[in-house]
Design a protein around this ligand. Sequence first.
Ligand code: AMP
Length: 283
Amino acid sequence: MRIVTTKRELRETLGAARSAGRSIGFAPTMGALHDGHASLIELARAECDLVLVSIFVNPLQFGPAEDLARYPRNEEGDRERCRSLGVDLLFLPSVEEMLGEPGAIRIEVGPLGDRLCGASRPGHFNGVATIVANLFDLSGRCTAYFGEKDAQQLVVIRQLVDDLDIPVTVVGCPTIREPDGLAMSSRNVYLSPEERSAATSLPRAVFGARDAIAAGERSAEAVQALVRATIEAEPLAEIDYLAVVDPRTLEDLDVIGDDALIAVAVRFGDTRLIDNIAVSTVS
Ligand code: AMP
């Protein structure tokens, strides 16, 4: 596994690989790698000749009151994990290398970035899109793997690639969960044992919604009430948002038609967790 820390080395190494006819699979991450990240890397490994992973804790996607300073980091463990997953190239840029000076240009995502997580994290998706666009410019033509766990991020990135004609194929990968259903997240380490146990209300809520829809429920309001009741049964849970939306536009639905995305964000103390499930009513 080769480790590069500069944009120049990254561009040159990938340019040479592409000229040699090798396909590139790319999994961008913020590190503290877990099995969710590993699933993206494994798919890239199975589908592509050269596997690129980036680890960059992107300051542009954190609000001033958010957890940038304490975001979990595990560089040594991450390198080992990447090695054992057969990663060819690990990009580990510094903040200075990624953002440069003065680094004032930002991509404005617009309405897709203002809903759901964007409503409680203003500017978050502008920060994501700015860095991902930069990473895609460096990577060039490739297949990029993103988790469905961050459903809104996936929608935004698909739109980014579409609108800016970026030659990257975006692949969404299923959410990897702990045995009790909690979606794996680097932020799960923040949870106290009591909060960790209360956090299982997220998967219970979204799976409960899925089951209700499978049983014929089509009212978004009724589905939301179900989700709310499951989460509010946990005294440690404080709902940030819950929504039943169109999976492409992220606009609220009244009536569930062919498909829907059930999305929730919940705080447990200082820790904000998200979960979602995509449902289809057509077989
Ligand atoms: P992060 O390091 O949290 O920015 O995540 C990097 C990539 O891994 C993103 O595409 C995430 O959606 C994806 N990811 C994070 N957690 C999971 C999970 N539990 N299952 C699948 N993909 C995930």
